[in-house]
Design a protein around this ligand. Structure first.
Ligand code: GLP
Length: 241
């Protein structure tokens, strides 16, 4: 696991953007794994800027997002589908038929998980997976206790995750209680992982990631066993290292 230490959120987003553009330009049919949350917003803004400057095209890019809430319609203001459209897809030349997010309103959620996993395999696996990390070490929506051998599955969201994400909803009662997420194994099968971590609220989590044991109690710790992980971390998040 390689750590790139940067000053602040902007520098983290700039570095992540450069890595992503290199990857897109290197591979003929790149498959990218995308994340939501506050962390990658700066990266997406940068990608849009680079696209507007003619430095990158997304025409041949296929994407798979990590997760989606159960029960929110695609166009719901809080769905991750809507987030991705507003923060990235609406502003670039990506073909929407190459964009994938789990469908949180599928009639049969189990079947939807299997279908999603199959689509990732058929695309030839993820070339570069972008990740953020929850304060409890969750990646995607894989909460502490999730099996390291999990594929795409339905999860019950931890109270701390619902609380953290309630800032986007009218009240905590509006935050869905479940989500669909790529599993830990799905994430570990990505050829390369780029984990972005910013801010002092993540300092404890980064210390645990770097120095704690590899355990299902702290899902992100498994990334230490992945052969190609880069963590871009800013000064705030490094406070406890
Ligand atoms: C959310 C998302 C994760 C994200 C994490 C951190 O619940 N499902 O994919 O990485 O929590 O969010 P943030 O970047 O807002 O801190």
């Amino acid at each position: 696991m390689e750590f790139i230490k940067v000053k602040n959120y902007q520098e983290m987003s700039d570095q992540a953007c450069n890595i992503m553009i290199d990857k897109i330009n290197q591979i003929e049919q790149p498959v990218l794994g995308l994340a939501t949350g506050s962390t990658p917003e700066g990266l997406y803004q940068n990608l849009i800027e680079k696209y507007n400057q003619g430095q990158v095209s997304f025409k041949h890019v296929t994407t798979f997002n990590l997760d989606e809430y159960v029960g929110l319609d695609r166009e719901d203001v809080n769905s991750y589908y809507r987030y991705m459209k507003e923060k990235l897809f609406n502003h670039i030349d990506i073909a929407m038929e190459r964009v994938h997010l789990p469908n949180g309103t599928a009639h049969d959620l189990e079947a939807e998980c299997q279908h999603y996993e199959k689509q990732i395999q058929q695309a030839g696996k993820i070339d570069l997976q972008i990740l953020g990390m929850g304060i409890n070490g969750h990646i995607g929506f894989n909460e502490p206790g999730t099996s390291f051998h999990s594929s795409t599955h339905i999860v019950d969201l931890a109270p701390s995750t619902r609380e953290a994400n309630s800032r986007f909803f009218p009240s905590i009662d509006d935050v869905p209680t479940q989500a669909l997420t790529m599993g830990i194994e799905t994430i570990m099968e990505s050829k390369e992982v780029l984990l972005l971590v910013s801010g002092k609220q993540k300092a404890e989590a980064i210390a645990r990631l770097a120095e704690g044991e590899i355990s299902e109690d702290f899902p992100a710790s498994i990334l230490r066993n992945h052969p190609n992980v880069t963590v871009i971390v800013d000064e705030g998040a490094m406070a406890k290292l």
